[in-house]
Design a protein around this ligand. Structure first.
Ligand code: DAT
Ligand code: MG
Length: 141
């Protein structure tokens, strides 16, 4: 058994487009357990920590601006290989080319924006998951 936890964000575009239920439904339908969930507007500190690996990239400033513009929903999900499994449910980064059947592929839109708005974030490794859970849910860290 390799039950683990991952950090998922339903990004501001998901909240604005009223897709929270649809996305949470897919997570639960896959058999993962939602162990924590909070809606709030991200702080600059949370986003700087969360996206530290992208600092200096051309899309960094628009990324942080988009993520802070309106509320997001932070989620901790648990299950067998959920880190890899949620990345698979989410689809690849660019919503235009993400596979049909995935969250980004089915629901993601191409916006005329300097950053890709792709509805969800999911941790990409056990190390990222531990680091990101501690940022958004310090009480679980
Ligand atoms: P992912 O969210 O699939 O893990 P990432 O960690 O490489 O992708 O990038 C974080 C976010 O930054 C991504 O969800 C959308 C945005 N982004 C990534 N690459 C981009 C690019 N080339 N142009 C615009 N936005 C980008
Ligand atoms: Mg990433």
């Amino acid at each position: 058994m390799t039950t683990e936890r991952t950090l998922i964000l339903l990004k501001p575009d998901a909240v604005e487009r009223a897709l929270r239920g649809e996305i949470l439904r897919r997570i639960e339908a896959k058999g993962y357990t939602i162990v924590a969930l909070a809606q709030r507007t991200a702080t600059a500190e949370e986003l700087a920590a969360h996206y530290a690996e992208h600092e200096g990239k051309p899309f960094y400033a628009p990324l942080v601006e988009y993520m802070a513009a309106s509320p997001l929903v932070a989620v901790v999900a648990e299950g067998e290989r959920v880190i890899e499994g949620f990345r698979s449910l989410a689809g690849t980064t660019d919503p235009t080319t993400a596979a049909p059947g995935t969250i980004r592929g089915d629901l993601g839109r191409q916006w005329d924006a300097p950053v890709l708005q792709n509805l969800v974030h999911g941790s990409d490794s056990p190390e990222s998951a531990a680091r990101e859970i501690a940022i958004w849910f310090p009480e679980l860290g």
